[in-house]
Design a binder for this molecule. Structure first.
Ligand SMILES: [Zn+2]
Length: 301
């Protein structure tokens, strides 16, 4: 059965939603196939093998460097690979993911190496870079526009097909768990990118982990819900600041279930990612003059 391959438009036969294994629960993600261009390769090795038997995949565009979006690269060695300049280093050298996740020297480092081995991930060479507003002509009818949407990673891109108004938003994933827990992430950029996406004239969006969402107003509603999760996190972090200008350090926020309401079997990783994400909120608060940095920590203004 190949029911993980679903056409998205009656009018244009060349755009398919490719559902990731386990409905794209980590370590898998959804892909979009536009003509002979595949966006992201994290659907699972099994599904990717089936997919390439049915469709020629001559080009692979990677939305960003995360392992759950690039794990199948090794199965598409003959295709041309594309990504944004800023995400190229950890795609060409996956060892770099370890410092990017800030887990070097922790027990997570080994777990991550094991995962890379289990997924059989391999380095690939990027053949060409993609950049903001670039339009990729696919076949006679399809035009895929690159929308540079950094934040989740420094080089994260989304894609917008102009004739069908179908967009692939990568890990602006419209899930309940917006993520910016790697050193190259930025919450300020993430929120700007989400705001840009909200203005797109779209009929259908596909995200890396939520799958297909149809209808302009439904899409807008989902984006606003996503934004409100970030605002809730702002409030929860700010509510942990003591009154009377007593300084508090970033490390004081460790293990407080501020972003992860419950830690799971991946607790060691979640603690590191949570603190990194809280740091990204601090960056925003500093920029917006909500907090100040003092010798002994941060205070509310
Ligand atoms: Zn990601």
């Amino acid at each position: 059965m190949n029911d993980f391959i679903q056409p998205l438009s009656d009018e244009y036969k060349d755009i398919y939603f490719i559902q990731g294994e386990l409905n794209a629960r980590y370590p898998y993600s959804h892909s979009l196939l536009v003509g002979d261009y595949l966006i992201d390769t994290g659907i699972s090795s099994k599904r990717l093998r089936k997919l390439k038997k049915i469709f020629p995949i001559n080009h692979v565009i990677l939305s960003h460097w995360h392992e759950d979006h690039i794990s199948g690269n090794y199965l598409l060695k003959d295709a041309k690979f594309y990504c944004h300049l800023k995400d190229k280093p950890p795609i060409e050298d996956i060892e770099m993911m370890i410092p990017y996740y800030n887990v070097a020297g922790t027990p997570i480092e080994n777990e991550m190496r094991k995962l890379i081995e289990v997924l059989r991930m391999k380095n690939v060479k990027i053949d060409d870079l993609i950049e903001e507003n670039q339009i990729i002509d696919i076949g006679d009818e399809l035009k895929l526009q690159v929308i540079f949407t950094p934040g989740h990673t420094a080089g994260h891109c989304s894609f917008y097909e102009l004739s069908t108004k179908v967009a692939f938003l990568g890990d602006i994933d419209l899930s309940k768990y917006p993520y910016y827990g790697n050193i190259d992430a930025s919450l300020i950029e993430f929120e700007n990118s989400i705001a840009r996406i909200k203005d797109l004239d779209v009929n259908i969006v596909v995200t890396g982990h939520r799958g297909v969402i149809e209808g302009r107003s439904k899409i807008r509603e989902e984006i606003e819900k996503y934004e409100s999760i970030l605002q809730d996190r702002d409030e929860r972090i700010l509510s942990h600041f003591p009154e009377r200008s007593k300084p508090i350090k970033l490390i004081d926020f460790k293990g407080k279930n501020i972003i992860y309401r419950r830690y799971t079997a991946f607790k060691d990783f979640e603690l590191i990612a949570e603190l990194l994400m809280i740091e990204k909120h601090f960056e925003k608060f500093l920029k917006d003059d909500i907090i100040s940095k003092k010798k002994n920590g941060y205070i509310l203004n």
